[in-house]
Design a protein around this ligand. Structure first.
Ligand SMILES: Nc1ncnc2c1ncn2[C@@H]1O[C@H](COP(=O)(O)OP(=O)(O)OP(=O)(O)O)[C@@H](O)[C@H]1O
Length: 373
C-alpha cells in the first residue's frame, strides 16, 4: 500500500501537449478513477505513473519519495491492461507466476503467492488451463492476478472491462470493488465509462484536454459539478442545458427566464449585479417534472424510451434542441403529446459563458449578515 503525489506533471509528445500541470494527492488505500472523453490524456497519465512514459516536467512521489527516474518494477506498481496481454502458450499458473519468476523469487514464494492470488480471484480451479480455454471475465481475472502476485504497492487499471460484454462487465466491476475492499491497496483506474467511475471510485478525477477539470467523490461531482463540462459528462442520460437570461434577485440568488417553462428564482450567486447576463441552465432528467399540457403549450414528445423500471421522454424545444426528462414506467405519456415542465430551483445549476458553475447563494449567511448590520 502506498500514497502517491503528482506535482505539476506535464507531458509532451514532441510539440503536442498531452498532460498540463496535473497535481493530485492520492491517499494510501484510495480507489481513484480517471475519467474523461477519448483523447483527454487518461491513459497517458496512468502510463506516466507506471513509468511506461517519461514525465516532461513535474514530480511523481510514492510515499514521499521521488520516483521519476525509477523503472516500473522499481516503483512497485502493477498494471492491468484492456487487452489482458496474457501469454497464450502459458497456463494460468505460469501467467500469474511470470513476474515473480522474472524477479527471481524463490520457487516456494512463487508457489505460495500464485495460489494465494488465485484463491482471492477464484481462479484456483483453473490453474492448469491455457488462456484460450477461459471466458473473457476469467482472462481478465488472470491479468489482474498477474499484476497482483508481485504484491505491488499500487495497482493501475487501464480500461480493463472494455472487451467484456455488458453482463460480464457488471460482474467483473463488482469483483474489482470487492478486491479493493479485501486488499485495501491503492488503486487507480482509467475508464471513459462514467457508470464504472461512479460505482467504483472513492474519488473521481475528471480530465479535459490534459487538465484536471474537477476532483471529488462521485456524489460531489454529480450534485455539485464545477463546470458545464463535468455536469455534462457525469450522469446518464446527461444533464439538460438551456440558454437563459438572468438578473440578481438580492439575497435570494437570481431570477431567470426559461424558454417554455417560465420565470424561476434560483439560489445561485451571480458574479455581478449586471442585468440580463446570458447563462446556461442545467437540469438533470430526474429533476424535470412533466405534466400534460393544454393545446400547443409546452414541449412536444418526440420519443418515449421504456427501460422497465423507468421511462425517458425526449422533448423538442422551440430551437430544435432536445430535452430529456424521466417519467415513471410505463409512462402515462405518449409520443406526439405535449407536456409542460417544472423543476425544483434548488436542484438546478447555472453556468456562466465560460462554463463555470455559479456558486450557491449563501442565503442563510446573507440574511444573518443583514440581521447583524
Ligand atoms: N506516443 C504518442 N505520441 C504522440 N501523441 C500521443 C502518443 N500517445 C498518445 N498521444 C496523444 O495524446 C493524447 C492523449 O492520449 P491518451 O491515450 O492518453 O488519451 P485517452 O484519454 O486515454 O483516450 P482513449 O479514451 O481514447 O483511450 C491523444 O491526443 C493522443 O493522440
Amino acid at each position: 500500500m502506498a500514497s502517491l503525489t503528482l506535482e505539476k506533471i506535464n507531458k509532451r509528445f514532441g510539440a503536442t501537449r498531452v498532460i498540463e500541470e496535473v497535481s493530485l494527492d492520492i491517499k494510501d488505500g484510495e480507489f481513484v478513477v480517471f475519467v474523461g472523453p477519448s483523447g483527454c490524456g487518461k491513459s497517458t497519465l496512468l502510463r506516466l505513473i507506471a513509468g511506461l512514459e517519461s514525465i516532461t516536467h513535474g514530480d511523481l512521489m510514492i510515499d514521499g519519495q521521488r520516483v521519476n527516474d525509477l523503472t516500473p518494477p522499481e516503483r512497485g506498481i502493477g498494471m492491468v491492461f484492456q487487452s489482458y496481454a496474457l501469454y497464450p502458450h502459458m497456463s494460468v499458473y505460469d501467467n500469474i507466476a511470470f513476474g515473480l519468476k522474472l524477479a527471481k523469487s524463490e520457487k516456494q514464494t512463487v508457489d505460495e503467492r500464485v495460489r494465494r492470488t488465485a484463491k482471492i480471484l477464484q481462479l484456483d480451479g483453473l490453474l492448469d488451463r491455457l488462456p484460450k480455454a477461459l471466458s473473457g471475465g476469467q482472462r481478465q481475472r488472470v491479468a489482474i492476478g498477474r499484476a497482483m502476485a508481485r504484491e505491488p504497492k499500487i495497482l493501475l487499471f487501464d480500461e480493463p472491462l472494455s472487451n467484456l460484454d455488458a453482463a460480464l462487465r457488471v460482474q467483473t466491476r463488482n469483483e474489482i470493488a470487492h478486491l479493493h475492499e479485501r486488499l485495501g491497496s491503492t488503486m487507480i483506474y482509467v475508464t471513459h465509462d462514467q457508470v464504472e467511475a461512479m460505482t467504483l471510485a472513492d474519488r473521481i478525477v475528471v480530465l479535459n484536454d490534459g487538465y484536471v477539470e474537477q476532483t471529488g467523490s462521485p456524489r460531489e461531482l454529480y450534485e455539485q459539478p464545477a463546470s458545464r463540462f463535468v455536469a455534462g459528462f457525469i450522469g446518464s442520460p446527461k444533464m439538460n442545458f438551456l440558454d437563459v437570461d438572468a438578473r440578481a434577485e438580492g439575497d435570494a440568488g437570481c431570477r431567470i427566464q426559461v424558454p417554455g417553462i417560465g420565470e424561476r428564482v434560483l439560489p445561485r450567486r451571480l458574479a455581478g449585479d449586471s442585468d440580463d447576463a446570458p447563462l446556461t441552465l442545467g437540469v438533470r432528467p430526474e429533476h424535470l417534472t412533466p405534466t400534460t399540457a393544454a393545446g400547443e403549450a409546452g414541449f412536444r414528445i418526440v420519443n418515449v424510451e421504456y427501460l422497465g423500471s423507468e421511462a425517458y421522454l425526449y422533448l423538442e424545444t422551440s430551437n430544435s434542441d432536445t430535452l430529456v426528462c424521466r417519467s415513471e414506467a410505463p409512462s402515462p405519456f405518449a409520443r406526439g403529446e405535449r407536456v409542460t415542465l417544472d423543476f425544483a430551483p434548488q436542484r438546478a445549476h447555472l453556468f456562466d459563458h465560460d462554463g463555470r458553475a455559479l456558486p450557491p447563494a449563501d442565503v442563510e449567511q446573507m440574511s444573518t449578515q443583514a440581521t447583524i448590520s
